[in-house]
Design a binder for this molecule. Structure first.
Ligand code: PLP
Length: 422
């Protein structure tokens, strides 16, 4: 490398670890990252998350701490909270949850007792583990009842959701998920929650950035609680937020601290504040709309190449592909694409006849490539690589995968990623 060494202090103290970080930077720079829950944070977010705020304990909330010396930290947290409230149009925001899963656990703590019935989308249908799925604490400590999507349309059947909610009377209903390519109808969920007496939680972990940028409807007028990660389309550090109307503020705050967590990660709070400021800029609105435009263009290109997309396409940043017609299992395809410099994840598709650890599909998304400035014109090339990669996976053609890898690296070199120094 002709570049000056990165991370000089780290390199001096722990060269082995420094090398790994450098290697990861190079991997992120040279590959086409299509995992829909990932992104590239800005250099500013990266800087904020690696600061001396790391050194400070701050149990409690701004103005009500259990440790002294909060002159600056209180202001950092207040900034993050007020920016969250402004951006999402909510009355209350808690920016302390360590990540999306603990944020959701705090919701259970705030609104349910162990053994209560809770409702969410089934994991294999596109829901999240923490929405009451059996292997999760939320499915072991609560009685999870689960809705899905229709087999013929790949869409949520609201008659089924309503029927289940009225029969089971859950304390909490979760909407949102991790593999949902379509717009979430928050108003329809709110009607059902009201009818059945449940607290409605909109888990917008995946789509928070699209909502902030006006590229997906907001749950703010409909949901009792909004849960989100900050590191997916919102393009912030790894963290989470819980938002609500004022009436639920106390219950949520108490559940996060002291109910579930100790001291907040102040360096993360600062980076969240930076990301929220970035997300309030006009350029972020363009970004959010470009993410969706790219996903639609990519879906069209994939359909044109004979791929089977769950629900027939996408409204958001995410595409779920059923590879059954291509006769290549999801895992084989995902691993081959990885060798071709295209990073995806294998995923169950609704009604998947295969096992979750060896499912029929792959899940892709456009948040990362859009952060690098790729546009709709380039989606044909991306679809072509995926097509050639899946074909090569089926044929065991390593030369074809290597050829794709160098083509990918060439395009990536022309579109440097934000935040990367190498
Ligand atoms: C990613 C995600 C989470 C969990 O977030 P972690 O930060 O990985 O714990 C929760 N809910 C949904 C819908 C998600 O997509």
């Amino acid at each position: 490398m002709s570049l000056p060494p990165l991370h000089p202090a780290l390199r001096a103290t722990d060269p082995e670890l420094a090398e790994l970080i450098l290697a990861e930077e190079q991997l992120q720079a040279t590959t086409l990252r299509l995992i829909p829950s990932e992104n590239y944070v800005s250099a500013a977010v990266l800087e904020a998350s690696g600061t001396v705020l790391q050194n400070k304990y701050s149990e409690g909330y701004a103005g009500r701490r259990y440790y002294e010396g909060q002159q600056n930290i209180d202001q950092v947290e207040r900034l993050a909270v007020s920016r969250a409230k402004d951006l999402f149009g909510v009355e209350h925001a808690n920016v302390q949850p360590y990540s999306g899963s603990p944020a959701n656990l705090a919701v259970y703590l705030a609104f349910a007792e162990p053994g209560d019935t809770v409702m969410g989308m089934a994991l294999p249908m596109g829901g999240h583990l923490t929405h009451g799925w059996g292997v999760s604490a939320t499915g072991r400590w609560f009685r999870g009842v689960q809705y899905g999507v229709r087999q013929d349309t790949g869409l949520i059947d609201f008659d089924e959701v309503r029927e289940l909610a009225l029969k089971e009377r859950p304390k909490i209903i979760f909407c949102g998920g991790t593999a949902l390519p379509r717009t979430i109808d928050f108003a329809a969920f709110a009607d059902i929650a009201r009818e059945s007496g449940a607290v409605l939680v909109a888990d917008i972990a995946h789509i928070a950035g699209l909502i902030a940028g006006g590229a997906h409807p907001s749950p703010a007028p409909h949901a009792d609680v909004i849960s989100t990660t900050t590191h997916k389309t919102l393009r912030g550090p790894r963290g989470a937020m819980l938002m609500s109307r004022e009436e639920h503020a106390k219950a949520i705050d108490k559940a996060v601290f002291p109910g579930l967590q100790g001291g907040p990660h102040n360096q993360t709070t600062a980076a969240i504040a930076v990301a929220l400021r970035e997300a309030a800029q006009p350029s972020f609105r363009s970004y959010a709309h470009a993410v969706v435009a790219n996903a639609r263009a990519l879906a069209d290109e994939l359909l044109a190449r004979g791929f089977d997309l769950v629900s027939g396409g996408t409204d958001n940043h995410l595409i779920l592909m059923d590879l059954t017609p291509k006769d290549v299992p999801g895992k084989i395809a995902a691993k081959a694409l990885d060798r071709a410099g295209i990073v995806v994840n294998y995923n169950t598709v609704p009604y998947d006849p295969r096992k979750p650890f060896d499912p029929s599909g792959i899940r892709i998304g456009t948040p990362s490539l859009t952060s690098r400035g790729l546009g709709t014109d380039q989606m044909a090339a991306v679809a072509d690589w995926i097509d050639r990669g899946v074909t090569a996976a089926g044929a065991g053609d390593e030369d074809a995968l290597a050829a794709i890898r160098s083509e990918v690296a060439e395009l990536m070199a022309a579109h440097p990623a934000p935040g990367l120094t190498g």
